[in-house]
Ligand binder design. Structure first.
Ligand code: NZQ
Ligand code: ZN
Length: 383
């Protein structure tokens, strides 16, 4: 196991009716800016619950944060929050609203052009405190210090991470996910599964706790993911999926182990150029990464196959192939497409999709060997 230092300071409040706990979580007297997306929270009753819980606070709001949140929208929020002199940010939504709120929290005090936080890795010295009410189990953003933002006019999607943007608290009420369209539920299952994979499917460093924890999460995500499609209003399924997604990217399973994240990074241009949802990019790319890196990842692929998909028979090569096929087939069972041509993407698009990797100076995977040329080979396996 590699050395590590780890602190996750996010207070989690989990379960039915927990939105009512907001008044115990936000310091009294705070001027709260409530941030949310395109309005689903008004249709499903979450907005009313939040308003009720915040009735003793001075509350302003900023709405309209889009999926794959735009830098331009975030900067409008920065201006509004400054003008209204809010001092606490409350994100109510999925990964997009939470990520946007983290970026806004940092941009509010940033001296200079805030896009530099993403584009140049500029240092954050201060951020406004923020809390989150999660409405979609997927990204893990509720208990981590990461955010991913898109700059529309520059055609870039980039991420940053900083301890100052950890939420102070995360309210996780699984019942609020009942109103999600089935496609969003499936996207959340696939995204959280791939978060575990990115931290697990590398090479062994004898990290027994992390490996066994990751394997449990993947088994649970597969089992409950299959069930939720048939039984969407089952509280226990929703609760287990939500808690699994949070644990998939709250930092625990990634400590002291090599990490990959190439499927995630290679997916950003698919969203920017072709509009695929985040999880849709992963379902297409991950089987290609597994195929291309099967030698480097062999030991872990075999273990994944045995423990998560019950693949125990056959030669090493056969078990590797069966495991890659099982992962792809799980994504298809969840209703996601797994090939580029299914989105109308062709070989002639691959240059545009992979050029950003060299332009940004990225060297991806746990081996750091995926550049534009290698990414092109991987994506060409997925046409
Ligand atoms: O706009 P609203 O009205 O909120 O509707 C949203 C949106 O249309 C809707 N929705 C959310 N909760 C709902 C609901 N509809 C009905 N009922 C509910 N309870 O779902 C749609 C998608 O929401 P979004 O927040 O975009 O989805 P997700 O949670 O998958 O977040 C995706 C974003 O997170 C980033 C992705 O890149 C992407 O930008 N990620 C963030 C990570 C992080 N911070 O750690 C890691 C991830 O790997 C990922 O990159
Ligand atoms: Zn993800």
């Amino acid at each position: 196991m590699n050395n590590f230092e780890f602190c996750n300071p996010v207070k989690v409040v989990f379960g039915k009716g927990t939105i009512a706990r907001l008044s115990a979580l936000i310091p009294s007297g705070s001027k709260v800016c409530l941030l949310y997306g395109k309005g689903s929270i008004k249709k499903n009753g979450i907005y009313a619950q939040v308003q009720e819980a915040l009735k003793d606070y001075h509350v302003t709001e900023f709405s309209g944060i889009e999926a794959n949140p735009h830098y331009e929208t975030c900067m409008q929020a920065v201006e509004q929050v400054r003008n209204e002199k809010a001092d606490f940010l409350l994100a109510v939504g999925g990964g997009s609203v939470m990520d946007a709120t983290k970026f806004i929290a940092a941009a509010l005090y940033f001296d200079g052009e805030p896009w530099d936080i993403l584009d140049k890795g500029a240092t954050i010295k201060r951020a406004m405190p923020l809390g989150v009410v999660l409405t979609l189990a997927a990204t893990g953003s509720e208990t981590n210090e990461r955010a991913v933002i898109s700059h529309v006019s520059e055609g870039k999607k980039l991420g940053f991470a900083h301890p100052l943007v950890f939420p102070c608290f995360a309210v996780l009420d699984p019942e609020v996910t009942y109103s999600l369209p089935v496609g969003q539920v499936a996207n959340g299952v696939v995204d959280s599964f791939v978060h575990v994979i990115e931290q697990y499917l590398t090479y062994p460093v004898n990290a027994k706790v992390q490996d066994a924890f990751a394997e449990s999460l993947m088994r649970i995500i597969c089992e409950e993911g299959r069930k939720v499609l048939k039984d969407p209003f089952n509280y226990d399924i929703r609760a287990n999926l939500m808690w699994a997604a949070t644990n998939a990217l709250n930092g625990w399973i990634g400590q002291g182990v090599p990490q990959d994240w190439s499927s995630h990074r290679m997916g950003y241009p698919l969203t920017v150029l072709f509009g695929l949802a985040h999880a849709e990019t992963l379902a297409v790319i991950l089987p290609g990464v597994m195929q291309y890196m099967q030698k480097e990842k062999q030991e872990k692929i075999l273990r994944l196959g045995a423990v998560v998909f019950g693949i125990a028979e056959g030669s090493t090569g056969e078990r590797v192939e069966q495991t890659i096929a099982a992962v792809e087939s799980f994504f298809r069972e969840m209703g996601l497409k797994t090939r580029l041509h299914e989105y109308g993407i062709q070989a002639s698009d691959l240059d545009d999709l992979t050029a950003p990797i060299d332009q940004l100076g990225w060297t991806l995977s746990e081996k750091g060997h995926i550049n534009t040329q290698v990414a092109r080979e991987i994506l060409s396996l997925r046409l």
